[in-house]
Ligand binder design. Structure first.
Ligand code: DP6
Length: 320
């Protein structure tokens, strides 16, 4: 029985991925850019078990739902076909972030699974190949293979759509959890609905490609202010496109909007902070590292607050 354990962290996008141009290969409609966090890790062990009837997947010590298990099996099938193996596997995953709360747990989940499964099945993949493999599980997982700031190139095809590191200004993320419950509409479904029904989808894709070029330049220049401005703008554009779906989807709640308001007030008071939000009500605020304690204190009344910095890309960890 071959076993491997890997740990990965979620990432929060500053330029968002929202829409696929190929559902099967998970090729994005546009590139995106994110920061891999140093908290909320997922640790996953994959153990080959040739005598088992099928794969077994447990999440935080409990058997996973049929839908989750099927997604893991579909991912393992990809790894097995490349490795020329038909062995089922036991997959045990522990997640420090609340699943489904918009803290991108599918990103850390599939990044950890990609590294652990590739190793357990004996594939020798470099970082770009692991990033491409993780992409097949969940788009945002592509970026969690990379330390710190990560750019996922939309690419022309499967081979060219992977993430790599990019230099940028130092920053902290202040995560304001408004509601840790599972979201009503998954990002996968909401993305499909946006592409199919939102009249703003084409504008979103065009403006994101443009924002990514501007963001790349701001990162390379170490310009925190411009990075923050583009981050907030891009998040609001994504939510505008989502809210215009039919039937509409609204992820931001009153508590989320209160955080955006508070961040605007922080800027008026001379502390540079900028807000973003994924497919859920929780808001992530970015600031310079020196300001994060003050930002966290000001936002403390609006939700559960946690400050995180840049973290490592998915890695194997030694067996205990
Ligand atoms: C709002 O990566 O969860 O967090 O590829 O369908 O699994 P699938 O979608 P997923 O979508 C993440 C969307 C987002 C923005 C982002 O992380 O860039």
């Amino acid at each position: 029985m071959r076993t491997a354990t890997a740990r990965a962290h979620p990432n929060i996008a500053l330029v968002k991925y929202w829409g696929k141009r190929d559902e099967e290969l998970i090729l994005p409609a546009a590139g995106s850019l994110s920061l891999t966090l140093d908290g909320f890790a997922t640790t996953t062990t994959v153990s080959l078990d040739p005598s088992a009837a099928g794969d077994l997947f447990s999440l935080n010590g409990a058997e996973a739902s049929p839908a989750q298990s099927e997604r893991v099996t579909r991912f393992l099938d990809l790894v097995r076909s490349r490795a020329g193996s038909s062995s089922p596997a036991v997959v045990r995953s522990r997640n420090e972030a609340p699943t489904g709360a918009g803290l991108a747990s599918s990103a850390s989940g599939f990044a950890a699974l990609a590294v652990a499964a590739a190793t357990a099945y004996g594939l020798d993949l470099d970082r770009a190949e692991l990033s491409r493999l993780a992409r097949r599980g969940s788009g945002s997982a592509t970026r969690s293979l990379v330390d710190g700031l990560s750019i996922w190139h939309a690419g022309d095809d499967d081979a060219s759509s992977f993430a790599e590191p990019i230099d940028g200004p130092a920053m902290h993320m202040i995560i304001v959890t408004i509601d840790a419950a599972e979201k009503a509409v998954s990002s996968r479904e909401a993305m499909r609905r946006t592409a199919a029904t939102s009249p703003y989808y084409a504008g979103w894709v065009d403006s994101t490609a443009h924002s990514l070029r501007e963001m790349t330049a701001a990162c390379r220049a170490g310009d925190f202010t411009r990075v923050g401005e583009i981050t907030e703008l891009n998040a609001l554009r994504m939510h505008a496109a989502i809210e215009a779906c039919e039937p509409p989807i609204r992820y931001l709640r009153a508590g989320s909007v209160a955080v955006f308001d508070a961040v605007e007030q922080l800027r008026a008071d001379g502390i540079e902070a900028f807000a973003t939000a994924d497919a859920g009500p929780n808001v992530v605020v970015i600031s310079r590292p020196a300001d994060s304690a003050a930002v966290a204190e000001r936002l403390g009344g609006l939700g559960a607050v946690r400050v995180v910095g840049a973290g490592p890309g998915a890695r194997l960890i030694p067996e205990e």
